[in-house]
Design a binder for this molecule. Structure first.
Ligand code: SF4
Ligand code: SF4
Length: 332
């Protein structure tokens, strides 16, 4: 139960070629808005809440430092190079700095404008490109991800995982792959197919009809979270609808500046819900929720989708946000 999947592409999709030399700065296509940059008064309140600053300890890996870099690149005073790009790459996109900032700096919009600029105007090393190609062509597509599950299952059950982890071999040979592997959840039987039906009736009187987004990685590796979300919703009078053609919400490519791919996935998600009238579209993963609520901005330049995107985004609610505004029919 997921959307049709496109052919394999390089990161960037329909964006300009990747292997061109670094430019001197951002191009004119929606660079970070100067007005938003000017809102930063450099007070540094955000530094203590920024995880990348707390781990790396450099000003250039803090929100304030990144805003300074964006400003400099915008004005042509700082070049966009591998070094400057690295400081943007180290931003986790957690947006803790946004809620902390007393001046209301919209860092979320700034970093969202910066990332596609980096993809268009900075040449990444081949190894980086290879890893990113793998990630962007695999993770947002549940069917592709499912096709490698037998290998992952075998890897975990055969004892190879224990050997590689205990010897630290993978980390030494391929550190980034090792880091990804260390987060690999246990592959269970539930990962091999979607468990939830398309329609789950409310328990007792139906008070709401909500659509639910299953996620791409979540539906495979964290399906008990989706099942628990459905239980809570139905116990509180929600009929839950799960449109079968839904795919990835676009958060992964959007957070990495892969604008064309993110836009395609957003259009697909909107289409998947087009024939499903609901009171709200429910999401239970915060990063996905943020992107879903930004569909209006993501598709602002698409005349065929800009209105639909805004309408869809207005319906999106985190499950906690939704329940917090409703009378509960069951104790939570
Ligand atoms: S982003 Fe906000 S909190 Fe951080 S330095 Fe700028 S004004 Fe201060
Ligand atoms: S979004 Fe980036 S800059 Fe802001 S707190 Fe998170 S890691 Fe730091």
């Amino acid at each position: 139960m997921s959307a049709p999947e496109p052919p394999l592409t390089q990161p960037g999709g329909a964006q300009p070629p990747l292997n061109r030399p670094d430019s001197q700065g951002f191009d004119p296509q929606q660079p970070p808005a100067q007005k938003l940059l000017d809102a930063c008064v450099h007070c540094g309140f955000c530094l203590a809440t920024c995880p990348s600053y707390r781990v790396i300890g450099k000003e250039t890996d803090s929100p304030r430092g990144r805003i300074y870099l964006m400003n400099g690149i915008n004005k042509g005073e700082i070049p966009l190079t591998a070094t400057t790009a690295q400081h943007f790459d180290s931003c986790l996109g957690c947006l803790a700095c946004v809620t902390t900032c007393p001046s209301g700096v919209q860092y979320d919009q700034l970093i969202a404008a910066t990332r596609p600029q980096i993809e268009r105007n900075h040449q990444r090393p081949i190894s980086d490109l290879a890893l990113r190609t793998l990630i962007f062509n695999l993770f947002p597509y549940p069917q592709r991800l499912r096709s490698i599950l037998p290998l992952l299952w075998l890897y975990q059950r055969s004892g190879l995982q224990s050997v590689l982890q205990s010897t630290g071999m993978l980390n030494r040979l391929f550190p980034r792959l090792g880091a990804m592997e260390s987060m690999l959840p246990k592959v269970t039987a539930a990962a091999f197919r979607d468990q939830l039906p398309r329609l789950i009736p409310a328990q007792g009187e139906r008070r709401y009809r909500v659509g639910m987004i299953l996620g791409c990685v979540q539906r495979l590796f964290f399906s008990p979270v989706n099942a628990a979300t459905v239980r809570v919703l139905t116990a509180n009078g929600c009929e839950v609808v799960i449109p079968p053609d839904q795919g990835c919400c676009a958060a992964l490519p959007a957070h990495q500046g892969q604008q064309a791919q993110a836009q395609n996935l957003a259009r697909q998600m909107i289409d998947a819900f087009a024939q499903t009238p609901v009171d709200a579209v429910i999401i239970n993963a915060a990063g996905c929720g943020h992107t879903l609520k930004e569909y209006g901005a993501l598709l602002a330049d698409d005349p065929a989708y800009q209105a639909k995107a805004k309408q869809f985004a207005a319906q999106v609610q985190d499950v906690h946000e939704f329940l917090a505004t409703k009378d509960h029919s069951s104790p939570l």
